[in-house]
Ligand binder design. Sequence first.
Ligand SMILES: NC(=[NH2+])NCCC[C@H](N)C(=O)O
Length: 407
Amino acid sequence: MSRFYVGSEVGQLKKVLLHRPELSLRRLTPSNCEGLLFDDVLRVEQAGKEHDAFQQVLRDNGVEVFLLRDMMAETLANPEAKSWVLDRQVNPLRYGHALAKDVRSFFEEMSDKDLASHLIGGLTVAELNSSCGSPTLGVMNQTDFILDPIPNHLFTRDTSCWVYGGVSVNPMAKPARKRETVHLRSIYKFHPMFKDADFHTYFGDEDRNYELSTIEGGDVLVIGKGAVLIGMSERTTPQGVEHLARGLFKTGQATKVIALELPKLRSCMHLDTVFTQMDIDCFTYYPDIMRDDIACWELTPGDNEEIVFTSVKDGFVKAIARALDLSELRMIPTGGDIFEAEREQWNDANNVLTVRPGTVVTYERNIYTIKNMEEAGINVLTIPGEDLGRGRGGARCMSCPMEREGI
Ligand SMILES: NC(=[NH2+])NCCC[C@H](N)C(=O)O
């Protein structure tokens, strides 16, 4: 039986979930891209090619790549799973009864592959071509979305994240991303690869409103040795961190969570946009944000499932070193002068995916930061990202490791 276990950020990566963006990106326009959390429209073919290059680098480095749309289609092949997903994505409260019935039967008649594409890529009024006559439809235009596209599925890291022997299916912070979670929940519940696998689900797997307890995987770093580093960012709240920590402690999968406060800014929407791990003792960081005086707490298990919170007084770098039993860390800053560093950070220079200790994948455009990494002895594998990068994400957040060695 497959074992799903992510023992660290840097150990040999073995299995990863990616999403090659297609239909959802074709629907991205200057008028809707901001609401869909993209800064620009992009050349879809080109983004696809760049994604292929990303997949290839991973395969060349011993990683097995799984694609979200295929995993969804294979999940939907199970009638129970299909109806579970449609109950959640096409319910009468969203559409009214008449239209919901039409949308549902339209989807039920599709192939599993097409259904997966539309659940991710959206559905327009014209495509549905319904004659139900409901005013819900009457007030819409032909190009309006009955089901919104979800282009941010590209960032598979955020929607679900594996931490040691389990996964958190994350309650997302932004409305444009909330439906992603249903897809991941369905995969972990029904896909043949996971159905009988043995793993914990720490948080987020219930049909409920999670209110302020949001988490996105870009904020969660599995630094190793039973420790987890979590950013409290634009997306992940302290409440969310507390819930995930409870799940981790209750199952015995982690013994310490380090929580870091981050500014609530788009440029550092997640921790991994300013800080990632490249080797057991080596991190890339954006100095403007990752100052050693940012507020930081250690969470450890207490009695009766309570959590003990300790405010860290000597800075997050020491806190991480302590958790990893290291005397110091090698901290490699974003490259160039302050202008170059700010520009490169914006284009995900610090958002690197480590495939084994000391070997990382990153966008080739971030030349100054790459220079710093190479001077520090890091082996840097590059991929193109002119179009792919316009959704504000790099190699780390475009990947969800499902199996990785520990340190
Ligand atoms: N972990 C990350 N850095 N994720 C990047 C996500 C970018 C995406 N457009 C969003 O705004 O949600």
